[in-house]
Ligand binder design. Structure first.
Ligand code: ADP
Length: 301
């Protein structure tokens, strides 16, 4: 059974169709990327998953069931607007937030210490939150998200505003949690992180799914869309190209969706071109997203 299933989910606010017939599933142990431009409907999906708002239509199962009291204790949510109390210490914040999750003080303080150690902030446990840097505050907030050892983590923009070294810390924590069997949902704009971390992604626009699948499969399905070729003499006229960047004795060929690398290679051979190199290039996930975004006209081609 998957950990999360959304089937044909709709949600409108007044005149806006925020989520418009979305389907996806997330398996246990996956890191799942929820992606899309501002206003795409990501937060609305997260709010429905957490039962803050109800869908107008469709089915949502989280940890195999509709959301219930029991679900609350099994989910760790890092909201985009962070909420710690400035005038009390890191440890007091963590104990208080753990008490809201029904964790006893002894377990909470043991968990807090372990988590602060994992993010390298043991030396700050007595510091007031207002005396921490923005990045440190975010790490503490992430620790509070994990304090009750949730099975499912929902992290809204966990890398926003972090410097590269703190981004590494957050990445390390996410990977450790997955290794520990947790399922992680990540809403983020940071494509490098998505490519490195996510097993599966859903990209939405105007509340509709525009790209969905396992990252490996998505990359494979786009792999043959570009070829790097080195040749001698002139590059002959080729059928099936969307575009070509031709340099001295080398070219990058961008294929139309209906053409294949084999077809291009055959044309080159038939036209007796001397080929020194022929590489089918793998697009980065970011390049794939740009292609999809261009097709969706979010950005100028
Ligand atoms: P994202 O998180 O991808 O930026 P949202 O889910 O916040 O997108 O928003 C999706 C759409 O729904 C947007 O057009 C947004 O303006 C609209 N929207 C979100 N929340 C509300 C609300 N409470 N009332 C009215 N419209 C809303």
């Amino acid at each position: 059974m998957p950990c999360i299933v959304l089937e044909n989910v709709f949600k409108s606010y007044a005149s806006t169709d925020a989520v418009n017939g979305v389907n996806f599933k997330i398996d246990y142990g996956e890191i799942f990327g929820l992606l899309g431009p501002n206003g795409a409907g990501k937060s609305t999906i997260i709010r429905m998953l957490l039962d803050f708002i109800k869908p107008d239509k469709g089915k949502i199962d989280i940890l195999e069931k509709p959301f219930s009291e029991e679900t609350k204790g099994l989910v760790g949510y890092l909201p985009e607007e962070r909420g710690l109390y400035d005038n009390i210490s890191v440890m007091e914040n963590m104990l208080y937030l753990a008490s809201l999750k029904g964790i006893n003080k002894k377990t909470a303080s043991e968990n807090a210490l372990k988590l602060l150690k994992r993010v390298g902030l043991t030396n700050k446990l007595k510091s007031k939150v207002k005396d921490l840097s923005k990045g440190q505050r975010q790490l503490v907030q992430l620790c509070t998200t994990l304090i009750h050892n949730p099975k499912l983590l929902i992290l809204d923009e966990p890398f926003a505003g972090l410097d590269p070294s703190n981004r590494q810390v957050v990445k390390k924590i996410i990977m450790e949690e997955r290794r520990g069997g947790k399922t992680v949902i990540l809403s983020t704009h940071m494509m490098n992180e998505v490519e490195e971390l996510c097993d599966r992604v859903l990209m939405i626009n105007h509340g509709r799914r525009v790209l969905y699948g396992r990252v490996d499969d998505i990359k494979e399905s786009y792999a043959s869309h570009s070829i790097f070729v080195e040749f001698e003499g002139e590059l002959p006229e080729l059928e099936g190209l969307e575009n070509a960047e031709i340099r001295n004795n080398s070219a990058e060929l961008f294929l139309r969706v209906d053409s294949t690398p084999q077809g291009i290679l055959k044309q080159l051979v038939d036209k007796e071109t001397i080929i020194n190199r022929f590489d089918v290039k793998e697009l980065s996930l970011n390049q794939i997203f740009i292609k999809v975004a261009e097709a969706e006209k979010w950005i100028n081609p």
